[in-house]
Design a protein around this ligand. Structure first.
Ligand code: OAD
Length: 234
């Protein structure tokens, strides 16, 4: 089985993470036989912009529930390992676990379920600050009183330009680029590994499901991210 090369051989480790890294915190992946979309197809309604605002309650249930579960479980050994090796993390996850693990400059390209944004005014802040008006169980904007939604990027919405630019800059600056627990099926996140490769990085995929991760990758380390990264970080 292919291994990760020694950390000491690299100056600038960048990790792109996906749902697989948070499975050990009790969260589901999206795709595949055990993925959320297979076992609970209704949740997909919480992930498409075309259903807003009719899906706000479901959004809080799905994304808010995910964030709550993650914060209760806390970061996994793999999240901690990436913090220990001081990797620059780019994550597609919205669960906040890289921050709680100590990777404070994590680039959250799909937003954060720990934040909320107003449907009407520019307010965007911590979800816990979204006031709950009496008699209305739905979080509301502390500034204007309108409903707020989780500050996550839905299908049909654009990524934050600054976050995407920061992710692209990190990818082309890497000398080791790790894709961890992501199927690589969603653009523009899926373009980062090819960008890193074109800029000269060693590019490796970590996933328990054996397979060919694609031409951007030098190889795959086939295994559980928890084991692989914890061993690597020492
Ligand atoms: P996916 O569900 O597409 O892929 C999860 C990957 O994690 C799969 O390749 C699994 O084999 C792998 N995996 C499972 N357990 C693992 C473990 N213990 N260690 C390492 N890998 C493991 O999830 P993402 O690629 O993150 O977007 O999905 C990308 C985006 O699609 C998400 O951010 C979400 C979704 O639509 C938004 O919500 C905007």
């Amino acid at each position: 089985m292919e291994q990760l090369p020694p950390r000491a051989d690299f100056d600038n480790v960048v990790a792109l993470t996906g749902a697989g890294i948070s499975v050990a915190a009790g969260l589901g992946t999206f795709r595949g036989p055990d993925g959320l979309w297979t076992i609970a197809p209704d949740v997909e309604r919480a992930m498409h912009a075309e259903y807003v605002p009719g899906n706000i309650d479901l959004m809080w249930q799905v994304w808010g529930g995910m964030h709550e579960q993650a914060q209760e479980a806390g970061p996994t050994p793999a999240h901690r390992a990436l913090a220990v090796v001081q990797a620059q993390v780019i994550t597609q996850n919205v669960d906040g676990l890289h921050h709680t693990a100590g990777s404070h400059d994590t680039i959250e390209i799909h937003g954060s379920a720990g934040r909320a944004r107003c449907l009407l005014c520019p307010w965007n802040g911590p979800a816990v600050e979204a006031a709950r008006a009496s008699g209305d169980p739905r979080p509301r904007c502390p500034r204007c009183g309108e409903l707020v939604r989780p500050s996550v990027v839905l299908f049909g919405e654009s990524l934050d330009e600054a976050a995407l630019a920061a992710a692209q800059h990190a990818a082309v600056s890497a000398d080791l680029f790790l894709a961890v627990g992501t199927s690589g099926r969603v653009a523009p996140a899926s373009w980062l590994a090819p960008m890193a490769r074109a800029a000269g990085a060693t590019v490796i995929n970590i996933d328990p499901v054996p397979g060919d991760p694609g031409p951007a990758f030098h190889h795959q380390v086939t295994g559980d991210a928890q084991q692989v990264l914890a061993d690597w970080a020492g």
